[in-house]
Every structure is written in structure tokens, then in C-alpha cells.
Ligand binder design. Structure first.
Ligand code: HEM
Ligand code: HEM
Length: 168
């Protein structure tokens, strides 16, 4: 679920930049539809991850980290979880307020009870955009930390995230 969310976010951000800047037309509309469906998929996966984590916990951080790095890891993981829930929720709330239900992969109409029309929708989507760019900045920091563990500290932090390669 971690890598699926990461892959979707890596697709969603360039997709958003393209759809917001393209001239009106079929490609722009298609990108909006994919953006909304992929985004709601991230929300579902994020909630599933939080449920699994609450039920089964997570492995402890690798041993031997200084206290400030342990605090930074915990705080940044918490912020990443918060953002992968909040960013899609804001996108969904914004489109529900201003425009129309999301047609999930062209089939199921999904909407949130947010009223206020275009002004409210636009304001929420502005917050969505800022939150999404905050997520991108935090992911850059997160990837930097993962590479630091792998290349400099050479501990098992990145290796144990690969499928079937839990610390044994
Ligand atoms: C993790 C999930 C998501 C990410 C990372 C993400 C990312 C972004 C980014 C970076 C933008 C700003 C584009 C720009 O104006 O330059 C944006 C805009 C937008 N997003 Fe998302 N988004 C996500 C989920 C969603 C969802 C679930 C919806 C709706 C159901 C949604 C609907 C929109 C809309 C309507 C815009 C406005 C584009 C415009 O200004 O015309 N997004 N998104
Ligand atoms: C949108 C992209 C990403 C998000 C939202 C994200 C989010 C998270 C979160 C919330 C955790 C904490 C898991 C837990 O303890 O419950 C985590 C762990 C981890 N992530 Fe990511 N991640 C992303 C991309 C990446 C990428 C691209 C890499 C590698 C280059 C990476 C490497 C890791 C590693 C190594 C851990 C394990 C940390 C540990 O064992 O203590 N992540 N990620």
C-alpha cells in the first residue's frame, strides 16, 4: 500500500499541473477525471493503511538513531499520513461544493455534502493545492531521509520496505 500510494502521488502531481494549464478540450477533461479517481483511490488506500497500522502496529525504528532523528521520523510520518488523507479529502470537498460528484473511474457517483457553490469550491481547492505542494515538499525530505539511511548509514530501513523483505 505504501508503494501504491507513492506511485499514485507521483502520477497525480504532474497530472494536476498539466490539467490546470492545458487549454479546454477532451484531454484536459480526461485528465481531471483520472485525477479525481486516482485521488480518491489514494484516500481509500490511506484510510486502509491507517486501519492496518492501528490493528497491527508498525515495526520500531531502526536502533541507534539519535533522539532528534527519532522525533523527526515520527513527526514526518504522522504529517505524511495526515496529508495523504487531507489532500484528497480537500480535492473531493472542493469539487463537491463547486461542481459535480466524482464519477469514480467513470462509474460510481461519489459526493460530499458541501454547499456554497463556486466561491466555496474555489477556496477549498486553493487549500487543496497548497496542501498538495506541502505533501510534495515533505515527500522530498522523506526520500532524502530514506536515501541517507540506505547510502550513508547503510542500515536496513529502505530494504525492509521492499515486498517480502521484512527484517529477519
Ligand atoms: C493525493 C491526492 C491528490 C494530489 C497529490 C493532488 C494534487 C493536486 C495539485 C498539485 C493540484 C494543483 C494544480 C495546479 O493548480 O497547479 C490539484 C488541483 C486539483 N485537484 Fe487534486 N490532488 C489529489 C486528489 C484530488 C481529488 C481526490 C480530487 C477530487 C475528487 C482533486 C481535484 C482537484 C481539482 C478539481 C483541482 C483544481 C485544478 C484547477 O485549478 O483547475 N484532487 N491537485
Ligand atoms: C507519496 C509518497 C510517499 C508517502 C506518502 C510515504 C509515506 C510514508 C509513511 C507514512 C511511512 C511511515 C510508515 C509507518 O511507520 O507507519 C513511510 C515509511 C517509509 N517510506 Fe515512505 N512514503 C512515500 C514515498 C517514499 C519513497 C519514494 C521512498 C523511498 C525512496 C520511501 C521510503 C520509505 C521508507 C524506507 C520507510 C520506512 C521507515 C521505517 O522503516 O522506519 N517512501 N512512508
Amino acid at each position: 500500500m505504501h508503494w501504491l500510494v507513492a506511485a499514485l502521488v507521483f502520477v497525480l502531481v504532474p497530472m494536476a499541473l498539466a490539467m490546470a494549464n492545458l487549454p479546454d478540450g477532451a484531454l484536459k477533461n480526461a485528465l481531471y477525471e483520472w485525477h479525481k479517481s486516482f485521488g480518491l483511490t489514494v484516500l481509500a488506500l490511506a484510510l486502509a493503511r491507517l486501519l492496518v497500522r492501528a490493528a497491527r502496529g508498525a515495526p520500531p525504528l531502526v536502533a541507534g538513531l539519535p533522539a532528534w532523528q527519532r522525533r523527526a521520523a515520527r513527526a514526518s510520518h504522522l504529517a505524511l499520513y495526515a496529508l495523504i488523507v487531507l489532500v484528497p479529502l480537500l480535492g473531493w470537498a472542493g469539487t463537491s461544493a463547486c461542481c459535480a460528484p466524482v464519477m469514480l473511474y467513470g462509474t460510481l457517483p461519489l459526493t460530499l455534502p458541501v454547499s456554497g457553490g463556486m466561491p466555496v469550491g474555489e477556496a477549498i481547492l486553493k487549500v487543496h493545492q497548497v496542501a498538495a505542494f506541502t505533501l510534495v515538499a515533505l515527500v522530498a525530505l522523506h526520500v532524502g531521509a530514506a536515501l541517507h539511511h540506505h547510502v550513508v548509514r547503510r542500515d536496513g530501513t529502505l530494504r525492509r520496505m521492499w515486498l517480502g523483505r521484512g527484517e529477519r
